[in-house]
Design a protein around this ligand. Structure first.
Ligand code: 0O2
Length: 205
């Protein structure tokens, strides 16, 4: 019942258009960032950019998990990641270069930063999460849109993709062996990311 109302409001064309407007705005900023950084460092920085607008089922699940009633108002106010953007690059240091330039954007207000690279989650998940408020201006009106940008290396992205299919949000009782293996692979991936970075730095000398 609640979910039907939520679904209906989330599929409203004006609601969706505003979300995609912001996605495009961020993607253009990322293209500018790529231009600036690739010119400066003489190599490609951003390997891949993905976006998704969170669907009604996922929103409802997250609201319940956070202890909120399943309403459109709660979804809009309480969740940071209805608009999600993922930026994937080759090296750990590039993540922070891109993040710094995102934080310098005059129209982006940083709400929260979660560095799961320096402090990986218990699962082994690694990424840098930046949560921004970004204004959307139409005629006289200005409204803020909340966005989560996840930045990670190709290796971290590979790990998160496998974890997503096998463990994340799955029945914990059945997951013990896979969880343990993934936790170990997360440490291996972190080592490999550091070795790849070293390789690049040596090649640059
Ligand atoms: P989906 O389906 O990817 O959208 P916040 O309210 O911002 O303080 P939040 O969003 O509750 O905190 O938590 P968190 O832990 O920062 O997670 C945000 C997102 O990171 C998740 O969104 C996932 O996309 C990703 N993530 C976090 N932990 C893991 C993990 O252990 N494994 C994988 N594969 N991804 C993870 P959603 O909404 O949970 O999922």
């Amino acid at each position: 019942m609640y979910e039907d109302v939520l679904k209906q409001k989330l599929s409203d064309p004006e609601f969706l258009l505003k979300k995609y407007w912001i996605v495009q705005h961020i993607e253009f900023k990322l293209q500018m960032i790529e231009l600036e950084l690739s010119a400066k460092h003489n190599r490609t920085m951003i390997q891949k950019v993905e976006h998704r607008i969170k669907n009604a089922e996922s929103i409802a699940r997250k609201l319940v998990k956070k202890g909120f009633k399943i309403t459109f108002e709660n979804a809009d106010k309480m969740l940071n990641d209805i608009i999600g953007i993922r930026v994937v690059c080759l090296y750990r240091d590039d993540i922070y270069r891109i993040a710094d330039l995102l934080k310098q954007q005059k129209d982006f207000t940083l709400i929260k930063e979660k560095d799961y690279i320096t402090n990986p989650k218990k699962s082994g998940y690694q990424s840098l999460h930046l949560i921004f408020d970004i204004p959307l201006v139409y005629k006289e009106a200005e409204e803020l849109q909340r966005v989560e940008i996840q930045l990670r290396t190709v290796a971290m992205d590979f790990w998160a993709g496998v974890d997503n299919q096998i463990c994340y949000k799955k029945n914990p009782a059945k997951m013990k062996t896979a969880e343990l293996a993934l936790k170990n692979y997360s440490t291996e991936i972190s080592k490999m990311d550091k070795q790849m970075l070293e390789l690049r730095r040596n090649a640059e000398q």
